[in-house]
Structures are given as C-alpha cells and as structure tokens.
Design a binder for this molecule. Structure first.
Ligand code: 0GY
Length: 295
C-alpha cells in the first residue's frame, strides 16, 4: 500500500493562478531551475527529508512552462526526494527533449544507474551545503562523485548560502568541469552589491571561468517582497558581467517559502530588469542553457 504524505503545517503550496507575464520570453527559452515533487503516492518522499511539501507534478510543471511562454525545463532533484531520482527521471522521460535534469547521487551509485540517468536526460549532479535541507556530506565524497561524472560530460550544481562561501571557496576551486552556483550564492541583499560578501562571489567568478550562476530566486532573497526591487541589482550585475555564464529559473514550486507565495508571472517580469537588452535576454534564457544542457 502506498504511503500517504501530509505536507508540513507551515508549508506554503505554490500559486494557484499566476498572472500572465508582461515579458515575453524569446523563442526557445529555458526555465533552468525547477522541481517536481511526487506525487507522493507514486514517488514517495525520502525518509531522511527535512520537509514534506505539497505534491507538484510533472504535468503541472509542463503546463506552467507553456503558460509562461517557455519551451524547456531543467529539473533539479529536490532534497525532499533524497537520492532517489525516480520522480525526476520519470518527468524527464515524459518531457523527452524538452527537459534536462540535475540529480543527487550517493557515492555508491553504479555506472549503470548513472548511464540510465544520462539516457533520461540528466546532465549534472547537485551538491547541497544548506544545513536546513540536508545532513552534511564530506567534501571528499563530493570530489569522488565529481570525478566520476566527468566521463559522462556532466557538470556540478552547488547550493550554499553566502556565509559559507569563504570556507567553501578552496573546495569550489578544486572541482573539475563547469560548476553552477544556485541563486547567486544566496546573498544577504540588505548589504548591497558593493558589500565584501557579494564582491567575494564576483571575485570567485572573475577568477574561475568554469563557475556559472543562476540569477534566480529573488523571492527567497527579498526583504521588501514583490516585485523584488531590492534584489534586481544583484542579478543585473551578474548578467552584465558574466553574460555567457548565467542561467535563470522559476524555482517552481518554491520549496520552503515562508514569507509569501511567489507569483511566477511576477518572477518572469523580473527578467527584463536584470537582462535589459534583447541580446542579454537571449543569452540568459536560450544560448547559455542550451550550451550547457543540450549540446
Ligand atoms: C531550491 C531551494 C530550496 C530547496 C531545495 O532541494 C531542495 O529542497 O533546493 C530551499 O529551501 O532553499 O532551490 O529549491
């Protein structure tokens, strides 16, 4: 019998009817950071998870993609599914060429399992350092996984919060291949772009041409709330300085939001404020993700 999952009391389900964005994404645009959750009765949540979300199915994700004017998704394995990537792989198989995936694997994953995920469209692994989401993994374990996935031509996605950047920098610099940092390294936006914390992140990207970032998640970083005026300068700075190494994503269905339920139409309307020319928008939404995930 399948297990029944009840979402956490303080869990905020995703927006039921987002607005139609004013910004029309360029043809072939990619939402390069989103998730699928369950459904729990088909793809049970992991016993070691730190939160129980509401279900957020592949069909709901693909409907949102079409509604917002996007063509493709990069689906990221979320911590509530632990290292069982079945829901992700199922979504990738349904989407065919319209989606690619980022998996979370343990060091004892077999070559056959990696090959199977590669066939389904997985192109990266995620290393999560956010303590509220996962128990810590030793860095040498991550390094071992990083070496193994090179053969497949996969890259690495890392998730950490700004206070951890200084400690993590030597490790990030030893990682082989392309490394994508989630959500701009999660800066404290009250400090401003000129603060040494964000400047440290910019310096890391300046020094390491293999480091990319997702200019995503204003909804997580904001203090002032929608339309996220206090976050715009961070994304804009990165898009203009590293135009060939930036990606954008909705982060649907927005796990663990506490302050508000984001409207994805409002999130899409942030794009022309951080990528202010057609050329920058095309790089951010089409050229860069296509190069990393589809070539
Ligand atoms: C995100 C952010 C979060 C959650 C996860 O894997 C996850 O559970 O990534 C978060 O809570 O900040 O990128 O979805």
């Amino acid at each position: 019998m399948s297990e029944k999952f009840v979402m956490d009391d303080d869990y905020l389900p995703f927006h039921p009817n987002p607005k139609k964005p004013d910004f029309v994404p360029p043809m072939g645009a990619v939402d390069a950071h989103c998730h699928v959750f369950g459904p729990g009765d088909a793809f049970p949540y992991a016993p070691e998870r730190k939160y129980t979300p509401c279900d957020a199915s592949k069909d709901q994700l693909f409907a949102l993609r079409d509604y917002l004017g996007f063509e493709r998704n990069v689906i990221v394995q979320a911590s509530c599914h632990g290292k069982n990537n079945d829901a992700l792989v199922d979504a990738l198989r349904t989407a065919g060429d319209l989606a690619r995936g980022v998996a979370v694997v343990s060091p004892d994953v077999t070559d056959e399992e990696l090959k199977e995920m590669d066939d389904a469209g997985v192109r990266a692994v995620r290393f999560n350092f956010v303590k509220r989401l996962v128990d810590a993994t030793p860095k040498d374990v991550f390094l071992g996984i990083a070496e193994r996935i090179q053969r497949l031509g996969w890259h690495i996605v890392v998730y950490f919060e700004a206070p951890d950047l200084e400690d993590l920098t030597p490790f990030l610099k030893t990682l082989p291949g392309i490394v994508v940092v989630d959500h701009m390294g999660r800066p404290d936006v009250t400090k401003g772009v000129d603060h040494e914390d964000f400047q440290r992140f910019i310096a890391l990207m300046d020094e390491s041409e293999n480091i990319w970032t997702k200019v995503s998640c204003p909804e997580r970083l904001t203090i002032s709330g929608p339309p996220y005026d206090d976050v715009t300068a961070f994304g804009k700075t990165l898009v203009e300085r590293f135009s060939d190494r930036v990606l954008w994503g909705t982060d649907w269905p927005h796990p663990n939001m506490k302050s508000h339920v984001p409207d994805e139409g409002v999130l899409v309307d942030v794009i022309p404020r951080i990528a202010v020319t057609t050329e920058l928008q095309t790089k951010l939404l089409v050229d860069n993700p296509m190069k990393l995930y589809w070539s």
